[in-house]
Write a protein that binds this ligand. Structure first.
Ligand code: SF4
Length: 438
């Protein structure tokens, strides 16, 4: 099934170990991208002299966490000071090589075993610390038991060629044979989403009660959203601005009544300050509420104009990719611009009418930034980068964007998971082993 195996050991020990440091706790895909950036910064070849020429900030600009930069520095220092001499490692037995390599801060047993297998071509190394190997193991033995004992027991028969057998497992993985038995999500590193889900459930956030997900399902099932639905969703989006949603949520039926069930003409006839005052009475106002309420009339007129031009607002918002609809509704130069709704609030509004999208607000941009869980280079991910990353997650996990958005947002937001906040609670974070901050 896998075919004959042919391979050549790596001959650049230093670059290999830098690559291992980069790859720790990252999916293969992300690790590859970051290592290529490091390589480019080094002028195409990762050598100690090239790394020494770079500042920490330059190395971090590739997307590497501070801790990994310091590990690369430690390795480089050990090489420069000849605490580690790669040529000498060839003459040592496996245990001594492991000992030498793991004495360098940042090189753990996993990295050292990879070095034994892929650089020194040692024949009998069992890398049970490696997720990719375990995926192959689970596939080969049709098991979900990945405990060290179970792996060691089953793999006894591989001796004295455990490394060769492991290479077959990696090959099976590369050929895509193993996907079903272990799951793509784990390999791609998105298992953390299910950890987040478990955590949220454990603190009482009901992930299945996400109303936005219901809207997506309803739209998929053919629900048509009329102007009242659009006005309601736009107002809810406005209310979410700079305000913790858990403050708004208990008042939703009161709010629905206040806005006359979102009857356009009645809203237009009412003094906007009346709405604003009522919102403050309910303690649901924010610093923009007055201006938001004053913008309602114009926004309703824009909706009416869209209806005239496109037949319905639904027809308009599904007439182009969501990202360009967001641009049309939020860009000051656009004739469809909704007043008091920037890009993030337009995303929020569209989600509320069943469009599967992610709202790239502060929580998501921080969480998916380069210092935490993201693959970009900015500490606060750009709106485009959030969209790209969630798009990838959607493809890899089969989850909707709204679902992913809800999980990440709830994990970060005060009053919900409240873990990955502006001052993150990393010590109790259930996904810290995936995070660069840890
Ligand atoms: S809480 Fe800390 S460890 Fe967890 S995702 Fe946020 S920054 Fe990372």
């Amino acid at each position: 099934m896998v075919g004959d195996l042919s391979y050549r050991p790596y001959d650049d020990s230093y670059a290999f170990l830098v690559n291992q440091i980069v790859g720790q706790m990252l999916s293969n895909k992300v690790a590859r991208i970051i290592f290529k950036r490091v390589e480019a910064l080094c002028g195409g070849s990762v050598r100690p002299e090239a790394i020494d020429q770079l500042s920490d900030d330059q190395i971090r600009s590739t997307g590497l966490a501070r801790s990994k930069v310091s590990f690369i520095r430690e390795l480089t220092k050990a090489v420069n000071e000849k605490k580690i001499v790669f040529a000498d490692l060839k003459g040592l037995d496996d245990t001594k090589v492991l000992h030498e390599l793991t004495s360098i801060k940042g090189i753990g047993t996993w990295s050292a075993k990879m070095y034994l297998i892929f650089v020194l071509d040692r024949q009998d190394v069992l890398p049970y610390e490696d997720a990719a190997f375990l995926q192959g193991f689970g596939w080969a033995y049709n098991t979900n038991d990945y405990s060290r004992l179970s792996v060691e027991n089953r793999c006894k028969r591989w001796r004295p060629y455990s490394s060769i057998a492991a290479r077959y497992m990696y090959r099976a993985l590369d050929l895509g044979l193993t996907k079903r038995s272990f799951g793509d999500a784990y390999l791609e590193g998105y298992e953390y989403l299910s950890r987040i889900r478990d955590y949220l459930q454990s603190v009482g956030v009901d992930c299945d009660r996400n109303t936005l997900l219901k809207e997506i399902t309803l739209r998929k099932e053919g629900k048509v959203y009329g102007i009242k639905d659009h006005i309601r969703s736009m107002i809810y989006a406005m209310l979410s601005n700079q305000t913790k949603w858990y403050r708004i949520e208990p008042h939703l039926s009161e709010i629905d009544q206040l806005f006359y069930g979102y009857e356009p003409e009645k809203i237009k006839e009412t003094n906007p300050d009346y709405f604003a005052n009522k919102m403050f009475d309910m303690k649901c106002g924010n610093m923009s509420t007055k201006a938001q309420m004053r913008a309602l009339k114009d926004n309703i007129q824009t909706f009416c104009r869209i209806e005239n031009e496109f037949g319905s607002i639904d027809a308009f918002i599904t007439s182009a990719p969501t990202i360009s609809i967001v641009e049309k509704l939020s860009d000051g130069a656009s004739s469809y611009k909704l007043k008091m709704l920037g890009e993030a609030l337009v995303w929020e509004y569209l989600k509320r009418v069943g469009i599967d999208a992610v709202k790239p607000d502060t929580h998501l941009r921080r969480f998916l930034g380069a210092e935490r869980m993201g693959i970009g280079v900015d500490c606060i991910a750009t709106i485009g980068s959030v969209n790209e990353q969630v798009e990838i997650m959607t493809k890899e996990t089969g989850m909707t964007k709204t679902e992913i958005d809800f999980l990440i947002w709830s994990f970060c937001a005060d009053g919900y998971g409240a873990i990955c906040t502006s001052a993150p609670h990393c010590s109790i974070c259930p996904i810290k082993c995936w995070c660069r901050m840890s």
